[in-house]
Design a protein around this ligand. Structure first.
Ligand code: PAF
Length: 279
């Protein structure tokens, strides 16, 4: 496995691999890797000749300076994990390499970026789109792998690829969960023992929503989930929304195929998100 810190070296390597006829699978990450990331790497390895993983904690997608500062980082450990998962190339630039000067681009994704995460984290998806567009242009992937835990991000990346006419196939990958249902996330590392014990309730609420989907309206389900979250002293609900998985616009009436429940919760200052297809 090779590790590059520089854009030019990574781009040259990927370009040469393409000329030699290799297919490239790309997994963008912010490090602090867990089995969810590694499952993307393993899948990329099965489907491509060469796997490139980026590790870059992208400052411009954090709307909260404290969150950026506390985001877990452990490059040495990540490199060991990536080697064992079959990664070929790690691209781990620093912020000066990625942003020698500020990028002023402003994307419009037709409303996908303004709801749910976008409403609570202003500018977040613009920062994600800027960095992913840049990473694609550096690593030249045929396929790029994204987890469905960040479902809204996945929808925005699909819109980005269309809008920018990027020649890359986006491969959505199912959410990986711990044995008790908690969605795997780099942020889970920061949970205290008590918070960690409380956090699986998030998935239980989603399951409860799914169990009610055939017989209740979105509004009724939302009310029920909000009431359940209020009984849990360690988790503070930011939003629970039922939305169509293509438009991401909120659903209020009966649940239809393609509707999904989305949730964001705080455990202390740690923000956890999850989602589940309802029908
Ligand atoms: O999902 C993430 O880890 C990040 O948003 C991504 C896609 C690596 C962009 O920084």
């Amino acid at each position: 496995m090779i590790t590059f810190k520089k854009i030019d070296a990574t781009h040259a390597y990927a370009g040469m691999a393409r000329i030699q006829g290799s297919s490239i699978g790309f997994v963008p990450t912010m490090g602090a890797l867990h089995d969810g990331h590694l499952s993307l790497v393993r899948r990329a390895k099965e489907e491509n000749d060469l796997v490139i993983v980026s590790i870059f904690v992208n400052p411009i997608q954090f709307n909260n300076a404290g969150d950026l500062e506390k985001y877990p980082r452990n490059l040495d450990r990540d490199i060991v994990l990536l080697e064992s998962a079959g990664c070929d190339v790690v691209f781990a630039p620093d912020a000066a390499e990625m942003y020698p000067e500020p990028i002023e681009k402003h994307y419009d994704f037709g409303g996908l970026e303004t709801v749910m995460e976008g409403a609570f984290r202003p500018g977040h998806f613009n920062g994600v789109a800027i960095v992913v567009d840049k990473l694609f242009r550096i690593t030249l992937p045929h396929r790029a792998y994204f987890g469905e835990k960040d479902y809204q991000q996945l929808a925005i990346i699909q819109a980005l690829v269309k809008q920018e006419k990027l020649d890359v196939e986006i491969v959505p990958c199912p959410i990986r969960r711990e044995h008790d249902g908690l969605a795997m996330s780099s942020r889970n590392e920061r949970l205290t023992e008590q918070m960690r014990a409380a956090a699986p309730a998030i998935y239980q609420w989603l399951l409860h929503a799914r169990a009610m989907a055939a017989s209740h309206t979105a509004g009724e389900i939302e009310k029920m989930v909000i009431a359940e979250t209020q009984k849990n002293p360690l988790l503070r609900l930011e939003y629970f929304t039922i939305a169509n998985e293509e438009t991401l616009q909120a659903v209020t009436g009966r649940i239809s195929p393609g509707d999904r429940a989305f949730i964001a919760v705080f455990a202390g200052d740690i923000r956890l998100i999850d989602n589940l297809k309802l029908i």
